[in-house]
Design a protein. Structure first.
Length: 359
């Protein structure tokens, strides 16, 4: 399952809803029929409000058609709809002309907005592309939600890559969130992808990410003297039924084994970017059985609160949500959105991994 995005038009923009396009025509027909049924009541001038309404749903051409129809209905007494004359008819004509101009400006603005958003979406997807359903012998399922509305990338990150030392995965959470953190996310992902190929040990990959942030922090402005991130790195060595884990101050992963869920408590190292001298972070080795699944997440999940201030109980909810036919990560997101009444205010990343013995 690829990274979940149930809102395909979220960045690209969408056409007006169908009801908005039908509303002016329905209103026009309704007013004409109402005027025919109540000849003693003057309803025709309500038609003058239709071109401005049409300007929000149609382009300049469609709005001009509505304006022309309204002028025709009001200017021809034989039709029995209106009896506009002189300045009244001129006023309706001016309203129609202004509506055409508004529709033209709106149409141009919408086209520019779609272009900008399309470029932004392509750039953001280049930074954090969807995770494949399978990487080597590892099955993957990921979901990402940025806290900042209208963006695909925030301060969380994840990736799964195959290299000469097996399949390696990364889930991280950088300082801050939203567009301001995208540069740090891109730097970490670039360093991780190099480490997958070049570094023989998982601790060496963590050291590479730490050096990347330390270097970037030194080059940054005085306004951001500290640059750090929590992260957890996993390695699935080829031909072995085990996983190696390095934690850099990150929330522990969950292991699903049948109906049982447990936190994988490994000795944590310091967050990335602190550049602390000392031994490399500890690498834990844990055996895997057929059917085991590992759920990695960021603190945007476990630190989300409901209206009463209670934290989201991820470990307690997973056994129930794992039975959802749409998949665990999507079920967790729906449950989390309901728990927080619309979704948490922090970035959220979920990554589900399982070792497929047939790979």
């Amino acid at each position: 399952m690829r990274r979940g995005r149930e809102e395909p038009g979220r960045l690209r923009g969408e056409p007006p809803p169908r009801w908005a396009r039908f509303a002016p025509a329905v209103a026009l027909v309704g007013l004409v029929l109402a005027q025919a049924l109540t000849p003693g009541v003057e309803l025709g001038f309500f038609l003058a409000g239709l071109p401005p309404v049409a300007a929000f749903a149609y382009g300049a051409g469609g709005t001009a058609v509505f304006a022309a129809v309204v002028l025709l209905l009001l200017g021809l007494p034989a039709l029995g709809v209106g009896h506009a004359r002189g300045t009244d008819l001129a006023t309706v004509a001016v309203v129609g002309l202004l509506s055409v101009v508004i529709a033209w400006v709106r149409q141009r603005r919408d086209a520019q907005l779609v272009s900008v958003r399309t470029v932004a979406e392509a750039a953001q997807l280049a930074v954090l592309p969807p995770v494949p359903e399978r990487v080597g012998a590892v099955r993957c399922s990921g979901l990402y939600r940025a806290a900042q509305h209208g963006t695909l990338v925030g301060g969380d990150l994840y990736d799964v890559r195959a290299g000469p030392h097996g399949v390696r995965a990364l889930v991280g959470d950088v300082q801050g969130h939203g567009l301001a953190a995208v540069g740090t996310v891109a730097a970490l992902l670039g360093a991780f992808r190099e480490g997958v190929i070049d570094d023989s040990g998982l601790a060496a990959v963590a050291g590479r990410l730490d050096r990347r942030l330390v270097t970037d922090a030194k080059a940054a402005s005085v306004e951001h003297p500290e640059l750090f991130a929590t992260a957890v790195l996993l390695e699935f060595p080829p031909g072995l039924d085990l996983v190696r884990i390095v934690s850099c101050g990150h929330p522990p992963a969950l292991r699903l084994r049948g109906a049982a869920v447990e936190e994988l408590l490994v000795e944590p190292g310091p967050p990335l970017g602190l550049g602390l001298a000392g031994p490399p972070p500890a690498v834990a080795e844990l055996p895997l059985r057929p059917g085991d699944q590992l759920l990695l997440h960021t603190d945007g999940v476990t630190e989300a609160r409901d209206a009463a201030g209670h934290f989201y109980p991820l470990a307690a909810r997973v056994p129930v949500l794992a039975r959802d036919p749409d998949g665990l990560v999507r079920a967790v997101w729906r449950d989390l959105a309901a728990f927080t009444d619309g979704g948490p205010r922090d970035d959220v990343a979920l990554l589900l991994l399982s070792l497929d013995g047939s790979g």
